[in-house]
Design a protein around this ligand. Sequence first.
Ligand code: NAD
Ligand code: MG
Length: 390
Amino acid sequence: MVKTITILGATGSIGTSTLDLIEREPDRFAVVALTANCDVARLAAAALRTNAKFAVVADESCLPELRAALAGTNIGCGGGRAAVLEAASMGADITMGAIVGCTGLEPVMAAIAGGKTVILANKEPLVSAGEVVLAAAAKSGATLLPADSEHNAIFQCFDAARPERVRRIILTCSGGPFREWSTEQMRSVTPEQAVAHPNWSMGAKISVDSATLFNKGLELIEAARLFPVPNDAIEIVIHPQSVIHSLVDYVDGSVLAQMGPPDMRVPIASCLAWPDRMATPMAPLDLVAIGRLDFTAPDPVRFPALKLTRDALNAGGARPAILNAANEIAVAAFLAREIGFLEIAAIVADTLEGYDPAAPATLEDVLVVDAEARRMARRYVGSRGGAARG
Ligand code: NAD
Ligand code: MG
């Protein structure tokens, strides 16, 4: 049975890994639509290789270039937000949500409305609009599958029929490139240092999040959305080897873990084939070569993101959306060298302190909170960045 698939964010790290897997099994997957922001060369090449029906650039100014690249083919071209939403609404059996940031929220919602399978790599929509996303999936009957490696690990270990028998969820965290750095050392971290992750190769935004540990904080909120356990039953442990991707602890003392090489193609393949399995090109895990697995407690003093995210989760309402929006702005400012590495968490804290709207109830409410939090975070970037330069 051929499954049709649309990839939102097809040119990024997750999108490329997804294409790699489905192109190995052309009898199993047929591409409907591929979207990108503006990477026309990569998008057009992927559309041609997979014989996609529709290729979309979110940045409309890139549409003429896309049209030129696909001239003389049967592949339709689109540009702008409406075209991304159209791609997400084409009824593919599987939609991979691999756009980065909360800008992926509306496309993911459009895919969910179709009532088919939606794979969520794009974690920010779940953080900002968890209730809204889950309610939409319950309404349409869409199946949500988590591709984030930790959540995919939990999904594979979690006995969904007996959630009350789960005692704890343990999220593993590599610790990022600055796991052993002092706060003073982190003060002068450059974007180049922050995006060089020791274990994983990823897009720039999530790489910075992995260095501040905001990624683990976002994942804490993501886990709370996806799995029916109390917030305080979700723990984080530092595990530098990134071999155990997360664990589920049951009341009888059994702890189930999912292990695998640190390559996103493993959790993505698990989603693409679910509930079946499919082969990936990864070599079997060599435990003897790995030799040892280490675990330590995270340090909330050097990594304030952990407390900020835990507090936002516990407070609920608009807090996770504000936190996420401020972090997106702060990370972009750090990558643009407008602020220092430590200012990322400071700007998130400033924004959470300065803005306390009512809990958003609808998608539109979330988008309003997201936009206002971004506006405020930009202002704090201006004052903190200015102070840092002065
Ligand atoms: P990336 O930056 O490599 O790719 C992002 C994709 O989104 C690209 O195709 C880009 O063209 C597209 N895009 C960017 N801005 C857009 C916009 N405004 N409108 C429409 N499309 C836009 O990012 P990534 O590392 O592949 O991460 C994608 C998502 O998956 C993120 O939410 C990330 O947190 C999550 N994730 C990534 C990894 C990983 O290993 N890379 C692991 C777990 C979760
Ligand atoms: Mg992860």
